[in-house]
Design a protein around this ligand. Sequence first.
Ligand code: UD1
Length: 424
Amino acid sequence: MDRIRIRGGRPLDGTIAISGAKNAALPLMAAALLTEERLALDNVPALADIETMAVLLGQHGAETTVAADAGGRTMTLHARTIRDITAPYDLVRKMRASILVLGPLVARVGEARVSLPGGCAIGTRPVDLHLKGLALLGAEIVLREGYVEARAPHGLKGARVSFPMVSVGATENLLMAAALADGETILANAACEPEVSDLAHCLVAMGTAIEGIGTGTLRITGRKHLRGARYAVLPDRIETGTYAMAAAITGGDIVLAGARLDDLTAVADKLVEAGVAIERTADGFRARRRRGASLAAVDVTTEPYPGFPTDLQAQFMALMATASGASRITETIFENRFMHVPELARMGADVQVQGATAFVRGVARLKGAPVMATDLRASVSLVLAGLAAEGETIVNRVYHLDRGYERLEAKLAACGADIERIGG
Ligand code: UD1
């Protein structure tokens, strides 16, 4: 299994081109199941999760081709017919986002059979909101032998779905289902994450009418047929935030090319509060910390968009582990999303967890150590800690990073990091 070796302590300096967002690309790819025409997606990142989704869509009957050019990868998906309605356990267990095929399949062919994703490292993560929403649109849902079986032989019908809590995935599944449902669907308390809006804009390009994009109430007018389209995936705000924090933790200066600062307002505010300078550039922004200037301790609470994203909580904790003073980091989206804490502690971080809150007391210097993590964002927080630490850090289980960070070592090395992948 590959590992990453980092020799820390070098300030990073340079430009990093931000990739297309994994969490936008995955639902956009699933949307290809809604039409018999081609859906071309520009700016699709080369990541393990994207590959898993392409394999899953292939199983359902979509042909996928990828062409690379200077501006990123273009993926063309063509689901002329739906060949198989089953999303098997072996694929779904690799990636929870596989559940996103449920809505499009039921909407297009009136049936779907999708393995339940089961538990995962960051909590139980149920899919009840996806299922209740689809039931409101008229799908009959049965759970059998670990699979969700959904049927709507006469098609889905528009309805009002009011989510009891904000769910990105459930909003996306319902948006896609509603796009081919008969009549109008209203999604209330919908997630307003930029990735949800990206999907909504693509569905509009495919022929759906959607009002309220970017707000918590989406009003969708379904169509009998959707057409193909060409759509560019938005830049990855989590990758952007991660590298802005890499600049901050190393006392460096990084230009994030192609990034959208407006999608990261809550994060930028916290970074500025901590003493990081953020300046817009022609096509992105620049994050830098004066060499030698210490970081101030800042409290953070994760929230649905536009609040501080849970997917940057672990990275921010690494940053606060080196700040001067004490900060409080509260996780409200997922239970059990502090698995990076014991690993950061192995590197000398001083963190006490009480329930959903981590109390972080900054230390003067982290120390390199062999570490490993059980999820994507936790792993990258250890990379950040390693970049700032004295000595050598080995990050094990690199496959987590490959799920969500395109060319991580190359991008960091180009800014002066001493980082390499060790095979085997
Ligand atoms: C998506 C992102 C993930 C991010 C998360 C929150 C993708 C592929 N993944 O995950 O990176 O961390 O949003 O921003 O886009 N919940 C239920 N019932 C449900 C669905 C969700 O109780 O049916 C709960 C979850 O357990 C969690 C909360 O709702 O506590 C938010 O989850 P959700 O927004 O659905 O996350 P995902 O879509 O799985």
